[in-house]
Design a protein around this ligand. Structure first.
Ligand code: B1M
Length: 188
């Protein structure tokens, strides 16, 4: 019979009073890292990674009620998702759970999400922040299109650059030609 892995069992550890961060880090995440290493080494394949993902998701569900800081008033709204072409959702789900636990409303768009969908949903929900997750180096460029689509320039006679800096705008112009110049620079 195959020897069982040495990783702690989340339910037993919760019942034993082990710190949630310890169960998460030393148990679930370290175990997943080992799965990744074995995949890199050609010892594990996609089916093993899928099985590990299922186990991790089950473990995270057990930890979920313990991840919060409490507080009933919403601290803001975040739209979250894994970017186009990427199907990894465990880290994204963990970020989502921890943000919910910290008092944020989280709108989770799932995996393989187009940049337009992030922007559309953020506008619909009047979100305070868009949070993008990627686990593949090949899908990191998909983050760029969302970031670019959310750039803002501001302007108008009374609006100074200092105000743009203060509110986090990407550019500021006091006149129309200046606005065109900044937009050209931003989309170049
Ligand atoms: Co994939 N996979 N995978 N995989 N997989 C990795 C990521 C890989 C590193 C494995 C390896 O080679 N060692 C490698 C990527 C290499 C690279 O790009 N450099 C890889 C590969 C190659 C692939 C495929 C291409 C394999 C293939 O088909 N040949 C394929 C791609 C599919 C696709 O997405 N299009 C693939 C598929 C899969 C499965 C579907 C089988 C499965 C995912 C199941 C699922 O998510 N539902 C899977 C898994 C499980 C992994 C590993 C083993 C584990 C990922 C994980 O869940 N970790 C992974 C190896 C590894 O990471 N050790 C690997 C646990 C999770 C809690 O951590 O997701 O890193 P993580 O999240 C962290 C941080 O990253 C961070 O916070 C989290 C908590 O600390 N974080 C954020 C994440 N998102 C954040 C967003 C934030 C902030 C922090 O702000 C918004």
């Amino acid at each position: 019979m195959t020897k069982p892995p040495p990783w702690p069992k989340p339910k037993a550890e919760i019942d034993a009073g082990t710190a949630i961060e310890t169960i998460l880090k030393d148990g679930l995440i370290d175990a997943m890292d080992e799965v990744g290493e074995k995949f890199s080494a050609g010892e594990f394949f996609v089916p093993e990674m899928l099985m590990a993902a299922q186990a991790m998701k089950a473990g995270l569900e057990l930890l979920k009620p313990h991840l919060g800081e409490g507080g009933s008033q919403s601290k803001g709204t975040a739209v979250i998702g894994t970017v186009k072409g990427d199907l990894h959702d465990i880290g994204k789900n963990l970020v989502s759970m921890m943000m919910e636990g910290a008092g944020f409303e989280v709108v989770d768009l799932g995996v393989d999400v187009e940049s337009e969908a992030f922007v559309k949903r953020a506008a619909e929900k009047n979100a305070d922040v868009i949070t993008l997750s990627a686990l593949l180096t090949t899908t990191m460029p998909a983050m760029e299109s969302t970031v670019k689509a959310t750039r803002t320039i501001i302007g108008g006679a009374p609006v100074p650059q200092a105000f743009a800096d203060q509110i986090g705008a990407d550019g500021c112009s006091a006149d129309a030609p200046g606005a065109v110049k900044i937009v050209k620079e931003l989309v170049a």
